[in-house]
Design a protein around this ligand. Structure first.
Ligand code: LFR
Length: 498
């Protein structure tokens, strides 16, 4: 056998894709082949936001069918990754209790402080090491308790989104470690559930499943799935990659090392450094850094910031306003031609988390902070992208202070790394080179962690050297450093960042 075919199904908040990886076993080179794409979205009903799990399940099967059609008899395994924090409940018959809420659902607004009155913030952080965000599973589960949801009363199991899809594929009900770490319910050191914290909040603990590591082989496709997909699918293994998309992406960040930080850029930008052990102290807590679980026992020490989400939403509103669909490249080109702004937004201001109209929200923010409003679409997009680049530096400064590291480069990967303007501005603002790519880091990580699960790859270093040998990385050297240094000072003062 000279090569092996592995399928990654990577599902994000705005869409999913099926990417086959052909791994040349002699030269250890990976080529990827995008087979299929499908949309995903949060759907609003009565002031709640939901994910349509049944549609996603249909698309998972379509993805596998597409791979079987092209690579008949050669498909070794399939792995699914998605965003973190969201979950489903199963009843006594292992059926879905309901469609899952999506993490931007308003039910958790204002709930964090109520949770802290029952379990102090410091206790939660010292155990889990996870950043405080209202979207975390912890607050979502607490919302069900607080609002006396009948769902929790009939729940027998809690599975994270990719765990559910894996369960439907393989019949194995487990919680994969990297996604479980995003719940803020997992002990960062022991990697076990914090049962005592759950108990204090009256969240049932018997719904939690066994935790398995990224790279665990769950088993072959279930009989009923094989019947539907065809006998060719009989020998396909289901492997849990790092089922948290961010952890798969970071595993495949080819340039990451002691002196190179990363931005995993998609709907969210995840900004940080890689550690071998959790770093939990007061400074990390106050700066809201997370110690999420990574592949191969690593810890992804990072902070979430709003990334392409803001642009995605602006794009969506533009369609509503003008009926015209702008491509990302078009928007970025308009921004590249615009002047550098003197107005900024804090992309992480809570008002940008789920506004009905992102463009109005940005104008509202600028008015309230008495800043000049952009006069054209290009200026608006430029203001967003520059604000993102400036926020990168702000977070990296905190990360280096807390970890004592000095960074000499930044690796930006994921779909957002296509945005050359963001890459260049990040290099300018940071005064160090940005290495951009690969764009498909999540699927690549997913594929290669499956390969590790099959014993083909032994370490994260080996995994990353395959990525370096197989994909092109673009380098952005810093320019106009003095100008951007000044801009950064204005940004920090103007936005009053702590
Ligand atoms: C990125 C991501 C982030 C997580 C956010 C919500 O897609 O997985 O890591 O914090 O989505 O789950």
């Amino acid at each position: 056998m000279d090569s092996i075919v592995i399928l990654a199904i990577d599902i994000g908040a705005s869409g999913g894709k099926a990417i086959a990886g052909v791994l040349d076993l002699k030269n250890l080179k990976l080529t990827i082949d995008e087979l299929y794409r499908f949309p995903n979205q949060m759907i609003r009903v009565n002031n709640h936001l939901y994910w349509d799990m049944l549609q996603l399940w249909a698309e998972v099967k379509n993805s596998i069918k597409a791979a079987l059609r092209k690579y008949r008899g050669r498909l070794a395994s399939v792995g699914i990754d998605t965003w973190g924090v969201d979950f489903v409940l199963l009843d006594d018959h292992d059926e879905l209790v309901s469609l899952p809420y999506a993490y931007r659902d308003p039910m958790t607004e204002g709930l964090m402080s109520e949770v802290f009155s029952k379990v102090p913030k410091e206790v939660i952080y010292s155990r889990t090491g996870i950043q405080f965000m209202r979207i975390n599973t912890l607050y979502q589960l607490y919302a069900l308790v607080k609002f006396n949801s009948p769902k929790l009363k009939i729940a027998k199991a809690m599975l994270m989104i990719p765990d559910l899809l894996n369960y439907w594929l393989s019949g194995v009900k487990v919680n994969e470690y990297t996604n479980a770490s995003t719940t803020q319910l997992l002990d960062a050191k022991s990697k076990r559930w914090c049962l005592d914290i759950l108990e204090k909040l009256n969240i049932p603990t018997d719904i939690l499943q066994e935790i398995v590591n990224a790279g665990s082989v769950l088993g072959y496709l279930k009989r009923d799935v094989v019947e539907e997909l065809g006998e060719d699918s009989r020998d396909v293994n289901v492997i849990a990659p790092a089922t948290h998309d961010t952890a798969s992406a970071i595993a495949a960040g080819p340039m990451i090392n002691e002196d190179t930080g990363y931005v995993s850029s998609g709907t969210w930008n995840l900004v940080g450094v890689e550690l071998n052990e959790p770093l939990i102290n007061e400074q990390a807590m106050l700066s809201n850094f997370t110690n999420e679980g990574g592949a191969f026992g690593t810890i992804t020490f990072l902070r979430n910031m709003q990334g392409m989400w803001i642009l995605q939403e602006v794009r969506r509103i533009l369609v509503d306003l003008s009926g015209r669909e702008y491509s990302y490249d078009e928007l970025v080109n308009l921004a590249a031609e615009a002047e550098e702004p003197e107005s900024f937004i804090d992309v992480d201001d809570s008002r940008f988390l789920a506004p009905i109209n992102m463009i109005n929200e940005i104008h509202g923010y600028l008015k309230e902070t008495r800043q000049r409003e952009p006069g054209s679409l290009g200026e608006l997009i430029r203001l967003i992208i520059t604000s993102i680049a400036l926020k990168h530096r702000y977070i990296f400064e905190k990360a280096t202070k807390i970890t004592g590291r000095r960074l000499r480069g930044i690796n930006i990967f994921g779909g957002g790394s296509r945005n050359s303007l963001m890459n260049q501005l990040t290099a300018n603002v940071m005064g160090i080179p940005v290495y951009a790519g690969p764009e498909e880091s999540t699927s690549i990580g997913n594929i290669l962690i499956q390969a590790a699960g099959m014993g083909i790859i032994k370490s994260i270093q080996e995994l990353r050297s395959i990525v370096r040998d197989s994909f092109n990385i673009r380098v952005f050297e810093p320019r106009d450093e003095k100008k951007y240094e000044d801009l950064y000072s204005i940004f920090v003062t103007r936005l009053n960042l702590p």
